[in-house]
Design a binder for this molecule. Structure first.
Ligand SMILES: Nc1ncnc2c1ncn2[C@@H]1O[C@H](COP(=O)(O)OP(=O)(O)OP(=O)(O)O)[C@@H](O)[C@H]1O
Ligand SMILES: [Mg+2]
Length: 409
């Protein structure tokens, strides 16, 4: 250890000189000897000693305690008091000031040495603790920033996924639209061919034109309605609102029904109200009135994800199992009005989900499909559980998979 450099503040010359030679005997370096508190501060600034030995009663305006507090505060130098003045009041002031110890005059050489060593050690430890505290605070601050960054990243990922899963369903919707349009396009095609023939055979009359216009317009309106349905379905999800769960399910079904039936997949929808017994009440006005206060677009998005997965499962069973090649696909949707919640189940007669897979289906990017992304169920869970405070879970048996969406009223 390099030897401590000590500033002596003592207004009695004889004591100061003795002290100075004792310190040098002990191997310390004395930087200066000063008589007043004001000088002590000046010398502490200029010499930056390791420690100050401070008499309490001094000449000048300032006493030792005031000078010691200033030196500690301004230059972070520890002070040990030297005093013969041991009255209660002084002792209290010394205790209140951030003292590093004190020695009562007259003292032994070794007492002085221990007091100095203790003070230097205490000061060093105090600085270690301060530094560690500063490091901890910095670490804490960095941690806070990291946590914020990670949350922000998570949110961005969630937004990206919502967008991706919307695009996937948009692709699905385009297919649905083209199915819906095939029929009216055929009819319009026939009408146009007929126009050419009618012209050749001189059959075009006022009546003919009126009928032709009416029939064409009917088909065009049908096509336009498909576009409107499609657009309404994908209205950017905005505010929470009260919406009918039954209507939401019916909208989903009407968008895909035709396309699915072309593939021998039939959707069955039953609504029931457990509050009036478990009877099928699909046309009961009561069930239509069941509304939830939430995000209708996101809710429909989830239902659509579940229906699309059910369709994929049925296709997969046909592909996998020779004997199931042309079997009738069935997707059963049920809406149950419970006392506190509205429960929708989407059940299919596909192959079901095997034990090794069922625990993973809600993981992001988990897919067993060649062209799957694996975000449909992950997104659906986030929407139902994080955005809507509900529950989404799955059960599976040999007869197929069943997904349940539960929203609190
Ligand atoms: N009804 C179901 N029957 C059997 N397996 C299912 C069913 N629904 C989901 N799965 C399984 O869960 C996996 C994850 O489904 P998820 O909807 O998250 O992704 P995906 O359908 O594979 O891809 P995408 O991102 O296009 O939706 C599927 O790959 C499939 O293995
Ligand atoms: Mg999916």
């Amino acid at each position: 250890m390099s030897k401590a450099r000590i500033l002596i503040v003592e207004d009695e010359w004889i004591i100061a000189t003795n002290l100075s030679s004792t310190l040098e005997d002990l191997g310390y370096e004395v930087t200066s000897v000063v008589l007043s508190g004001e000088d002590a501060i000046k010398h502490a600034e200029a010499e930056r000693p390791t420690l100050v030995l401070m008499d309490i009663t001094l000449r000048g305006q300032m006493d030792g305690v005031a000078a010691a507090d200033a030196i500690k505060e301004l230059y972070d130098i520890p002070v040990v008091y030297l005093t013969s003045n041991t009255d209660e009041a002084t002792f209290e002031r010394v205790k209140d000031s951030e003292s590093f110890g004190y020695i009562i005059k007259p003292f032994e050489k070794m007492e002085l040495k221990y007091a100095i060593e203790m003070a230097v050690y205490k000061h060093k430890m105090e600085n270690v603790v301060k530094e560690k505290t500063r490091q901890l605070e910095e670490l804490n601050k960095n941690l806070e920033i990291r946590v914020k960054e990670e949350i922000e990243k998570g949110l961005q990922k969630e937004h990206l996924l919502i967008h991706q899963s919307k695009l996937v369903s948009m692709g699905e919707m385009m297919v649905a639209i083209s199915h819906q349009w095939r029929q009216p396009l055929n009819v319009i095609g026939l009408l146009v061919q007929d126009l050419e023939e009618a012209f050749e055979f001189g059959e075009i009359s006022k009546k003919y034109v009126t009928e032709m216009t009416r029939d064409s317009m009917a088909q065009l309106n049908l096509m336009s309605k498909t576009i409107t349905d499609f657009r309404d379905f994908f209205k950017p999800s905005g505010e929470k609102s009260h919406f009918s769960v039954k209507a939401a399910i019916q909208e989903c079904i009407s968008l895909i029904k035709l396309q699915y039936e072309n593939n021998q997949i039939y959707i069955d929808f039953v609504a029931q109200n457990v509050n009036v017994g478990a009877r099928a009440l699909s046309d009961s006005p009561r069930i239509s009135e069941i509304t939830i206060f939430s995000y209708p677009e996101e809710y429909k998005q989830v239902l659509l994800n579940l229906i699309i997965n059910a369709r994929d499962a049925i296709r997969e069973k046909r592909r996998r199992d020779f004997f199931s090649m042309g079997y009738r696909g069935e997707i059963s949707i049920s809406l149950t009005d419970q006392r506190d919640s509205v429960v929708v189940e989407v059940k299919d007669n596909g192959p079901g989900i095997s034990a090794g897979v069922i625990d993973r289906v809600f993981e992001p990017y988990f897919t067993t499909k060649e062209d799957g992304i694996g975000i449909g169920l992950y997104m659906s869970k986030i929407i139902i559980e994080n955005h809507m405070g509900g529950k989404l879970y799955v059960a599976s048996s040999e007869s197929g998979a069943k997904f349940t969406v539960e929203i609190m009223k």
